[in-house]
Design a protein around this ligand. Structure first.
Ligand code: ADP
Ligand code: NI
Length: 222
């Protein structure tokens, strides 16, 4: 290992333990296991992309370090927490800035904002995070989140809203099944990389099967 490699792996190890510790008591949609899955997805996707792997890994590890949803809507708390930590372990300023921009701009709700930053590294991490919102795990996370928010699983009288604004999306109290139509089923066509598109296609199909089965059981046909 040369000294740059050594420094990089030290940085990643320190970040890993910081994130693990910080998210110890997080709700299960954004817990350490979510971060670990996103980190693994990001490393897999990065294999076929020309990216700065350090930026990708740090952004994957830190992307949910502080969620505005649980901090009175403060959208700067995540980038700030990540930046302060990376500074404390003496990561290069340009890397810190890039990681902060990724965290600020990668979420589904940020995609409602028009301006916005983009980079190849951000696209990889965004795909990695989006993959974890779909498929079997995506289904589990959605119902878990719905339960946490005390929402109904399904209500045939409340139709999905396909044209949600950013505010309406954040404040939605609709049943969890609606979330599939408002977000989860849209993700496969929003993947940036080919690797993620391929994985997403399979996970998408699984969700469609699930929804069909759910509807069948609900109406007593299946
Ligand atoms: P983002 O930060 O990209 O907008 P969230 O933090 O809102 O994503 O979502 C985290 C997890 O919780 C995802 O798996 C997402 O599908 C789920 N989730 C978010 N909003 C809802 C909702 N209204 N109903 C069910 N699940 C939700
Ligand atoms: Ni995430």
């Amino acid at each position: 290992m040369n000294s740059t490699d050594y420094h990089t792996s030290f940085t990643i190890q320190k970040t890993e333990s910081f994130v693990k510790q910080t998210l110890q008591n997080a709700e299960s949609g954004h817990d350490w296991w979510h971060i670990l899955r996103v980190w693994n997805n990001a490393k897999l996707i990065a294999q076929t992309e020309k990216v700065d792997l350090l930026v990708v890994e740090l952004a994957a590890l830190l992307h949910d370090i502080a969620d505005s949803k649980f901090n009175n809507g403060d959208e700067e708390i995540g980038p700030k927490t990540a930046g302060d930590f990376l500074k404390s372990i003496e990561v290069e300023a340009s890397v810190i800035e890039h990681v902060q921009k990724i965290i600020r701009n990668m979420s589904f709700k940020s995609s409602f904002d028009k301006e916005g930053f983009s980079s190849k590294e951000m696209k990889v991490v965004q795909d990695a995070d989006r993959l974890d919102a779909i498929g079997a795990i995506g289904i589990a996370r959605a119902f878990n989140y719905g339960g946490f928010k005390n929402r109904e699983m399904y209500n045939p009288d409340i139709a999905p809203d396909f044209n949600l604004t950013k505010e309406a999306y954040k404040n939605s109290v609709a049943p969890t099944i609606n979330h599939f139509y408002e977000k989860l089923l849209l993700l496969k066509d929003r993947m940036n990389t080919q690797t993620a598109q391929k994985i997403a296609a399979e996970r998408h199909q699984f969700m469609e099967m699930y929804l069909e089965q759910f509807a069948g059981e609900w109406s007593g046909i299946k």
